[in-house]
Design a protein around this ligand. Structure first.
Ligand code: UDP
Ligand code: UDP
Length: 465
């Protein structure tokens, strides 16, 4: 009997932090030696995101299809098809809403494709569930989050656990009913989620549509692995109707660390790291992800904290400026990379990098664990405070900075103190030991034939094909 070909459709949301793991999933699927035969992948994006997608999938057989991004959407400047390019983060809601206008073009393209086995699409693109239902194939949802944060967010949202009527102060700790040892606070959450202004609140309704579509999907894909958050994965398996598929760490399927691929021109920051390594110096890597969400005032405190801490640092800054004269003052000790795309996997894998001051985006945390680099958690937005709880309290691979004043700004003294804990203290050594252990487990999870995530991917393909 001839086996039917496995054909997977992927549709990532248009932000770097969501595209990257989905592109890695594409690579993982294409390199998976599946007993049932060949796997083909079709990935959807928009014209202006195509160059990034194509570069990430270079050398693979993935098919890329772009769907025009809707024109003349109120508030969204022309030429913006990726949230990284939005002038304000408040435009996230209209941007995401506008993606629904792509639905008819998307469905037209789907109809011309060979039979689809299943689709993995981003949870932010809630309307893709309807497309899959119309065309009669399963849709799995992917949010780019870990299982712990997804479960906690879901509980807080569904129970309106932190609404103003229930909790008075921004910092009052409240136990999550499903995981009572975990305490959350109002200030850790996006307000649309916990305090809808009315039943017609656009942000609240967008989340509601996404959660409803998530719950009606045929499964959820997590960029995580079983050893790292067993309690939460187990909860999902036992209590939820939505079957979890833990397939990570997806960053191991990134093309950036492939053996034998030499960079044509080595970047100044990689050369700088080489020099530090030659001198036997350690470096703190500082980065806050792909979105520019840090206020100028906070950036200034970080700059002054790094300056006073006296450690070597490589700081990747998106948007805004930093304090005048800063780079001259720190001299050889620091390198600042402004508004450039760096290969973060390569930086974290560099021998000299011994700590990561991170905004706690889940991709960054996974990458740090895979490179066995302990973390200084500095959550800024989205579900980052929940990710910080996971790495600080559950995994003990991270120290955390705390904002002491009510304005939420983390002051320079706190940064100096915690940088020293991470890079020089006894606690830092303990965190390093822990992250090394998780790093080893991470590698094992994807081992062909035996790793938990490898097996999960194999089972997933079998289940839907
Ligand atoms: N990244 C990168 N170079 C940059 C900025 C970001 O490679 O200059 C990558 C980083 O390695 C990670 C992703 O972009 O894979 C950011 O995702 P994360 O979840 O950490 O944060 P987000 O950007 O979504 O807030
Ligand atoms: N681009 C754009 N709008 C978008 C996404 C990309 O104009 O929503 C442009 C971007 O300015 C750049 C090219 O497309 O010229 C590649 O963008 P990417 O984000 O991949 O790289 P970068 O902006 O870091 O150069």
């Amino acid at each position: 009997m001839e086996l039917e070909k496995v054909h997977v459709v992927l549709f990532p949301y248009m932000s770097k932090g969501h595209m990257i793991p989905m592109l890695q999933l594409a690579r993982l699927l294409l390199s998976h030696s599946f007993a049932g035969g060949d796997i083909s992948v079709t990935l959807f994006t928009t014209p202006l995101n195509r160059p990034f997608v194509a570069a990430s999938l270079a050398g693979t057989k993935a098919t890329i299809i772009d769907i025009p991004f809707p024109k003349n959407v109120k508030e969204i400047p022309p030429g913006v098809e990726c949230t990284d390019k939005l002038p304000m983060s408040s435009l996230f809601v209209p941007f995401t809403r506008a993606t629904k206008l792509m639905q008819s073009d998307f469905e037209r393209e789907l109809m011309s494709l060979p039979r689809v086995s299943f689709m993995v699409s981003d949870g932010f693109l809630w309307w893709t569930l309807e497309s899959a239902q119309k065309l009669g194939f399963p849709r799995l949802v992917f949010f780019g989050m870990n299982c712990a944060s997804t479960s906690i967010l879901d509980s807080v949202f569904q129970n309106q656990l932190l609404s103003k009527s229930k909790v008075k102060s921004e910092t009052e700790p409240v136990s999550v009913p499903e995981f009572p040892w975990i305490k959350v606070r109002r200030c850790d959450f996006v307000k649309d989620m916990i305090d809808p202004k009315s039943t017609t609140d656009p942000g609240f309704n967008l989340i509601l549509d996404q959660v409803t579509a998530m719950n009606q999907s045929q499964g959820i894909v997590f960029n995580t692995f079983d050893d790292i958050e067993p309690v939460f994965i187990d909860y999902y398996k036992r209590k939820r109707e939505l079957k979890p598929w833990t397939l990570g760490p997806l960053c191991f399927a990134s093309n950036s660390l492939e053996d034998g691929v030499e960079e044509k021109v080595k970047s100044v920051w990689m050369k700088w790291l080489d020099e530090k390594q030659d001198r036997g110096s350690c470096v703190l890597y500082v980065a806050f992800g792909s979105q520019a969400e840090i206020s100028r005032e906070q950036l200034e405190e970080i700059a002054l904290g790094l300056e006073e801490s006296k450690v070597n640092f490589l700081w990747v800054v998106k948007g805004n400026g930093i304090v005048k004269g800063f780079e001259e003052r720190v001299g050889e000790r620091g390198m600042v990379v402004r508004d450039e795309w760096v290969d973060q996997r390569k930086i974290l894998d560099h021998e000299s990098v011994k700590g990561f001051l991170s905004h706690c985006g889940w991709n960054s945390l996974m990458e740090s664990i895979c490179s066995k680099v302990p973390i200084l958690a500095f959550p800024v937005a989205a579900e980052q405070p929940l990710n910080a709880i996971l790495v600080v309290e559950e995994l003990r691979v991270a120290e955390r900075v705390v904002a002491t004043a009510s304005d939420g700004i983390v002051r320079r003294d706190e940064i100096v103190k915690k940088v020293k804990v991470l890079m020089e203290g006894e606690k830092g050594k303990e965190l390093r030991k822990n992250v090394e252990a998780y790093g080893k487990m991470a590698k094992k999870a994807l081992e062909e034939g035996i790793g938990s995530s490898w097996k999960n991917l194999d089972n997933l393909i079998n289940e839907f094909c």
